[in-house]
Design a binder for this molecule. Sequence first.
Ligand SMILES: [Zn+2]
Ligand SMILES: [Zn+2]
Length: 180
Amino acid sequence: MPSDPAEPFHLLVRAARRAAHWSQSDLAAKAGCRQSQVSEFEAGVRGKVSRETVAKFAELLGLAAPVGDGVGDAATAPAAPGARARCPNFECPSNLPYWLGGELLFLPLGTAGAGTHCALCGEVLERACPRCGAPILAPGGCCGACGTPLVEVPEGAVADLRAWAEVRRAAAVELRAALR
Ligand SMILES: [Zn+2]
Ligand SMILES: [Zn+2]
């Protein structure tokens, strides 16, 4: 079956499994894991199956193996040396909203920290582009490899984007000053 690389891998697994008329138990038995793990994996829950098992799923279903753990895909790939940690949460004050050509982008202020979780909001930090998997090396708002905005406001999450961005800009600037 053709696999769309833009589709999250766990959804590809689910679609391919259904296309093969396998139950979750069938896939679990073939891959050597539990049905509940397949269920959680397909639902996008991270850390439920090992990378080896994810590779098994890919092999059994004839899919290209994912870059990461198959959930969130590239974003969870091991960090490349020099990759920057950034918070993917659009509401996090570590991301400064800015406008460019009518598009709202987010500049990381460097306040998310360098651990596994954001020091400001607790979100899991990303070190690679969620779309193409390229490591985040530059401090800008877009992926240096594919140009995709690294942080986006989900459709319909904010009623008035302009007004919201103004408030968020002020809050981010204030916080940055406070942390200095
Ligand atoms: Zn954050
Ligand atoms: Zn990219």
